[in-house]
Design a protein around this ligand. Structure first.
Ligand code: CO8
Length: 259
């Protein structure tokens, strides 16, 4: 399917998904969210893709949900729109592939929320993060109140959400919102190198690790440890476990088949 607002590019086992609506700083309207949902399904079903990079075209990653579309919403239509965004972002968070956000510029409101549902955030030194919704008279609506406090702690999340202030990439890294800050012209290469590194490992093990971390983060430690134990033991039913350990003993690089 061709998209109006997205670009999809495959490079080996990596897929780069670019939000491509630069005239509106890649603001998320319902059409962009619909396309994003479709693209995520397509990527999830493509066995050749191991790692996804999400980025934005132009000077923004995503400058939020589309304010023009939201302006005249009623509580009912706002609820529907919020559901659409929440569902797409949750789908990204639960993808069985690693998702890296390459944050090239403004990641505000829904843009910060999109970055937060990715597994890892690499920020350009030009990136700016924030949840400016209270300045528009609304709360965050695509789970910013939930994911930001889980990522950076409740106190910092409250400060950022209550003030609506933007922070730069270095501050985002300092508080744990960005994993790493790089020069603008090194952003995509850094993200691609990271993606290649992850894509070169046993993908079942990477997938199980993601599930264990995500489930463990949303439950108590006993349940989390049980999840890890189950997935850890399942690894021993895979070709990759035999290959990974045999290769170590034979002092050679493993050749994973992801099975
Ligand atoms: N929605 C729609 N259009 C936008 C948005 C947006 N979020 N952001 C920027 N644009 C448009 C501008 O209107 C402008 O269009 P035009 O050229 O036609 O006037 C174009 O993009 C370029 O923007 P600027 O001229 O403003 O560019 P600047 O470099 O001067 O400023 C900023 C960049 C600081 C990023 C500025 O554009 C800005 O403040 N944007 C809005 C940021 C914001 O408030 N985001 C949060 C939106 S609310 C949200 O995301 C809630 C998510 C959950 C919703 C759930 C709903 C139910």
């Amino acid at each position: 399917m061709g998209y109006e607002n997205l670009l999809l590019k495959k490079e080996g086992n990596i897929c780069i998904l670019t939000i491509n609506r630069p005239k509106a700083l890649n603001a998320l309207n319902s059409k962009v969210l619909e396309e994003l949902s479709d693209a995520v399904d397509q990527i999830e079903n493509d066995k050749d893709i191991h790692v996804v990079i999400i980025t934005g075209e132009g000077k923004a990653f995503v400058a939020g949900a589309d304010i023009l579309e939201m302006k005249d919403m009623t509580p009912e239509t706002a609820r529907k729109f919020a559901k659409q965004g929440l569902e797409v972002f949750r789908k990204i968070e639960l993808m069985e592939k690693v998702v890296i956000a390459a944050v090239n510029g403004f990641a505000l409101g829904g843009g910060c929320e999109l970055a937060m549902c990715c597994d890892i955030r690499i920020a350009s030194e030009k990136a700016k993060f924030g949840q400016p919704e209270v300045g528009l008279g609304i709360t965050p609506g695509f789970a910013g109140t939930q994911r930001l406090s889980r990522l950076v702690g409740i106190a910092k999340a409250k400060e950022l959400i209550f003030t609506g202030d933007m922070i730069d990439a270095n501050e985002a890294e300092r508080i744990g919102l960005a994993n790493k800050v790089v020069k603008a012209d090194e952003l995509m290469n850094t993200a691609i190198e990271l993606a290649k590194n992850i894509a070169s490992k046993g993908q079942i093990a990477v997938k199980y690790s993601k599930i264990a971390i995500n489930r463990g983060f949303e439950t108590d430690i006993e349940t989390g440890m049980e999840t890890e134990r189950n997935l850890f033991s399942l690894c021993f039913a895979t070709y990759d476990q035999k290959e990974g350990m045999t290769a170590f003993i034979e002092k050679r690089k493993p050749e994973f088949k992801n099975q």
